[in-house]
Design a binder for this molecule. Structure first.
Ligand code: AMP
Length: 395
């Protein structure tokens, strides 16, 4: 795997696909700059080598050139984070972009306008990719968040740089973390899968059953498994048509020697609301009119023991409805267990959507080994798919 440190960028113009798809408020200010901060090491390495950087990204889902999706809005924030002046081209292809790229000197940065102002970007158009490619003499992909898309700037463009392309530092870290969990893992390996639905996690479960020693199933998925085994789940969330699948997963896990851990008790509520009445009940004895919204104390004790005997931990999906304060305890407790295991030498990866939000909200970000920056890209990696953006660099 070729990464930045294998190259020297002196005198080179590096065309870098970054993921600057950041949230903006109604004054067009960046409200979470994590993605810009994550791209910084790659940009700085190239500048310090004596190269220049041409940054390209998408922002949102514009229909044509819509000012509200202009990357111009984020220029001050990018300058602030990088500590370098950032030039801006109001179109990612064409004369203005070409002249700005040609005039770029070592140590300078140019940000191109939103790639998705051209529909050719998401269509993966070859001619458009070629025009983008003409701007630089080296291609770096550091946009893990879009690596699962075969778009012009993430995948198709790579063919124009057969010998001069590589991953950026962020991509390298993401790929490395997934590899540490799925392929080169220290045993015992644990996957914790929570969240709402079995249907959205089934491909991941099937892929990781061959790779893990322990599987914790939590969150809303629990109740499909419990009902399938004959338990009473009251009004808890359940996918009735996935009960067979749940039994099949348990059977497959047994055959592969994977220990599956399900909640034994839950915090049940009489309404899907933070101020609902609650009671702690066995997971398979939830009364009608009540629904399980968080893991119970015995469950959390059990999960803590499992987590702390494992050397590699993957966490995807919350253990309860963590958005409501009264049902966030399970997710926080699991976060604490994973933080402790990490402190004692385990490798922990948190990835995919809501678990990342939970980890940030409850301050576990610095207490786990790695928090993935890519939602969909992370989930597809865990499903065992080869991401087109990664394949294009390796080819
Ligand atoms: P996912 O995107 O599949 O990881 O699901 C995350 C969502 O699952 C969060 O919004 C949680 O509120 C929700 N969730 C977790 N546990 C439960 C539960 N017991 N009942 C309903 N929703 C849940």
């Amino acid at each position: 795997m070729k990464t930045l440190n294998d190259f020297n960028f002196e005198g080179k113009k590096a065309l870098i696909r970054v993921d600057f798809n950041v949230p903006l408020n109604d004054k067009f200010e960046v409200t979470d700059a994590t993605r810009i901060v994550s791209a910084k090491p790659t940009i700085i390495k190239i500048l310090e080598d004596g190269g220049s950087c041409i940054l390209m990204s998408h922002l949102g889902r514009p229909k044509g050139a819509q000012d509200e999706f202009s990357l111009r809005h984020i220029v001050p924030k990018v300058e602030d984070i990088l500590g370098v002046e950032v030039k801006f081209a109001s179109n990612c292809i064409g004369q203005e972009a070409e002249e700005a790229a040609q005039n770029l000197k070592p140590g300078e940065i140019l940000l191109l306008e939103n790639l998705r102002f051209h529909s050719e970007e998401t269509a993966g158009d070859v001619e458009f990719s070629k025009q983008l490619a003409s701007l630089g003499d080296f291609y770096v992909n550091d946009a893990f968040g879009t690596a699962h898309r075969a778009h012009a700037s993430t995948t198709i463009i790579a063919q124009f740089f057969p010998e001069s392309k590589c991953f950026g530092f962020l991509m390298e870290k993401e790929i490395d973390s997934i590899d540490k969990v799925l392929n080169n893992s220290e045993k015992p390996v644990l996957a914790v899968l929570g969240g709402a639905k079995v249907s959205s996690k089934i491909t991941i479960i099937e892929n990781i059953l061959d790779k893990v020693d322990h599987l914790i199933v939590g969150g809303g998925m629990t109740y499909t498994f419990v009902k399938a085994q004959g338990g009473s789940i009251g009004d808890s969330i359940c996918e009735d048509d996935k009960q067979e699948l749940a039994l099949d997963i348990l059977k497959q896990a047994k055959a592969k020697g994977v220990e599956v851990h399900l909640p034994v008790d839950v915090i049940a509520a009489n309404d899907f609301a933070n101020n609902a009445e609650t009671q702690i009940v066995d997971v398979d004895k939830i009364p009608d009119g009540w629904q399980g919204l968080d893991a119970g104390p015995k469950t959390l004790e059990n999960f803590d023991k499992v987590v702390n005997q494992c050397k590699t931990i993957l966490w995807n999906g919350p253990l309860g409805v963590f958005e409501m304060e009264n049902f966030a305890k399970g997710t926080i407790s699991l976060g604490n267990s994973i933080a402790e295991a990490t402190k004692n030498g385990a490798f922990s990866l948190v990835g995919g959507g809501d678990s990342v939000a939970a980890v940030k909200q409850f301050g576990f970000e610095d207490k786990v080994s790695y928090v993935s920056t890519g939602g969909g890209a992370m989930l597809e990696s865990l499903e065992g798919k080869t991401l087109p953006g990664i394949a294009a660099i390796l080819e």
